[in-house]
Design a protein around this ligand. Structure first.
Ligand code: G3P
Ligand code: MG
Length: 237
């Protein structure tokens, strides 16, 4: 299997603020082997872990990331929205996160989240950070809903690629081939048993997000799904 059967979503999003160093540490403390994190660019081109296009939901700041510099974002509290216990959390730069993940020996599914930033620049920044961190290829899988970003990434690096879909379109195999995918990632709620079978038959590993329910995880497993992204691994035990 390329990843693990349980992958921490945005770190472990139910137990620590998403896309933070505390979340990465929490995943390791829980014994997870793989985590998923989102990477995007600020207005000054800095690569940071972040899910949304705007600061509002997960930090003390406001407005679009495109309008922010790393200095401005560095001032923000990225933990209090989740719980007072995490008030020291900052928005991590990609390189900070990679260094911690490497130290903890975790596997990383890095999701490219362009959020309307320059795709080429995002890819360049991600490749540069992975190289600077000497991040091990066997511990990495890069994915995105933005398949253009994946094509650009593939031209620059040899990492395994996960092709992300909301639901599997009829031409999913064509799209997977276009991006050179090794794995297919889909929304668990949109998956049908027949489609899951198609993916396995075509020789791809299938992973589903976001699964916080034990019965659903078992059903997906019985359909041949290799692993699930979860906010809370405890509920799947
Ligand atoms: O990569 C799986 C999952 O994270 C995709 O959805 O919105 O949580 O990034 P989202
Ligand atoms: Mg994600």
């Amino acid at each position: 299997m390329y990843m693990d059967s349980v992958i921490g979503h945005r770190g472990v999003a139910a137990l620590a603020p998403e896309n933070t160093l505390a979340g990465i540490q929490k995943a390791a403390d829980l014994g997870l082997k793989w985590i998923e994190l989102d990477v995007t660019l600020l207005g000054d081109g800095s690569a940071v872990l972040f899910h949304d296009p705007k600061m509002d939901r997960t930090t003390s700041g406001q407005g679009h990331l495109k309008k922010k510099s790393l200095d401005q974002v560095g001032e923000l509290d990225a933990g209090s929205w989740f719980s007072e216990a995490f008030k020291e959390e900052k928005v991590p730069t990609l390189i900070e996160a990679l260094m911690l993940i490497k130290q903890l020996k975790l596997g990383l599914n890095l999701e490219l989240k362009p959020n309307r930033c320059d795709l080429k620049l995002l890819v360049e920044k991600v490749v540069a950070a992975l190289e600077a961190a000497s991040f091990p290829e066997e511990q990495l899988l890069v994915s995105s809903f933005n398949h253009k970003a994946l094509v650009l990434y593939r031209a620059r690096a040899a990492s395994r690629i996960g092709c992300l879909f909301e639901s599997l379109p009829r031409n999913w195999k064509h799209k997977a081939r276009q991006v050179g995918a090794t794995t297919i990632h889909v929304n668990a709620k949109k998956l049908k048993e027949e489609k899951a079978g198609e993916v396995s038959k075509a020789g791809y590993e299938l992973y589903c997000y976001t699964v916080n329910d034990k019965a659903l995880a078992s059903q997906l497993k019985s359909w041949g799904v290799c692993g699930v992204f979860t906010d809370n691994p405890g509920v799947l035990e």
